[in-house]
Design a protein around this ligand. Sequence first.
Ligand code: SF4
Length: 475
Amino acid sequence: MLGGTLMFAGDKFKEECGVFGIYAPGQKVAEVTNYALYALQHRGQESAGIAVSDGKSIKMEKGMGLVSEVFNGSKIDRFKGHIAAGHVRYSTMGSSSLLNAQPLLIRYRKGSLAIGHNGNLVNGEEIRDQLEEVGSIFQTTTDSEIVAHLIARLENDDFVESVKEALTFLRGAFAFVMITEDRLIGIRDPYGLRPLSLGILEDNFVLASETCAFDTIGAQFIRDIEPGEMVVIDEEGITSHRFAKKEKEALCIFEFIYFARPDSNLHGKNVHLVRRELGKQLAREHPVEADIVTGVPDSSISAASGVAEGMGLPYEMGLVKNRYIGRTFIQPSQKIRSLGVKLKLNAVKQVIEGKRVIMVDDSIVRGTTSLQIVQMLRNAGAKEVHVRISSPPVVGSCYYGIDTSSTKELLGAQKTVEEIRRFIKADTLGYLSVEGMIASTGMNVDSFCKACFELSYLFDHSKKIRKNFFEKISR
Ligand code: SF4
């Protein structure tokens, strides 16, 4: 996946997944789950899946493509049941295939379990190797299957205790939504790297990666699942369990910069408003004489509006996105890749011509897209093109579920800001500072993971899992 054979014209970091869950006795929940997945579609477009339990057994449908392509009316109607888990996927680990689509449904001695995961385990391979040594056979390359095997092997009499124990072996980023025949479970890793929120829909509990899914289905936000917390929802109601002590909270800051939908709230803050603050701060840090500000649609528009406000300049729709290109497609050559940008974006000549343009984007990954957009603006008659980026340079890869490309391909890791400016052929280039980025969120510096900006990784990646692991899983 990395390395550019499969890369959308956006040349962006990619979120791994979106998850949703609902427990609604007496209701048919598949349709609601379907709508919630529509709302989470931006978090993954490669596959979609829904698992539904009627209290006795779990049925599942999943397929490659967008939610609308995988689920039509009759498929949804066939689902009977009141507990559901839904998933949309972009793969960073494991190949993009139907086998790896989620939720993953396993049947074992004690029943069935469907798991949807957002994130990436840093010790997934190590656990997988050890499980294989004691006889586990894997059908997929997903982290969800590792967790499923762990739960099955660590079988205590109490299922909830098994899950809690399995979670103690995991290191990395994870937000899980799981269902059994009679329960819905939501889990967030001890750092809270990936988001997961709890809501209520007509007295019934729902879980979602982002609050925009609650708005779509008419649910009310209750609270975020705490880092290191597992919530179990069943006929008794909701119970909260702690499987790990809360570490320093470290939500991925890229959720605010780029991944999350602008109408979602994270940490109680609206994403659009935070992006606007990022833009205002960017204007303070890198002022420049110009005529108009434009943003690369869609994710940079909020930040661009902040830059415009901060610099006292008009925001103009200088770039228009074709919304009907579809998702990731194979771009085998540089020539076709460059055509990809033109298929996806176009400059509005009448807006750009003769103007000194500030072009705002949320990040630069490999720089090829930025170069083409700068060129596009110049071809449309821009007198000057000043690029402003509403995040700091990314200098390291992400190990927590975000496809950041390898360090070799990351422009920020390979070049200075001046070299990047020359590479993308901009008149000036300004990145937001790490301090400015954090200040714009209005939150504490310790609230976020910012490892890819500072190489300040949360885990010692060489550390092995604890010694008694092998004994436990060979039981
Ligand atoms: S390393 Fe970067 S992309 Fe990965 S979780 Fe941390 S902030 Fe997000």
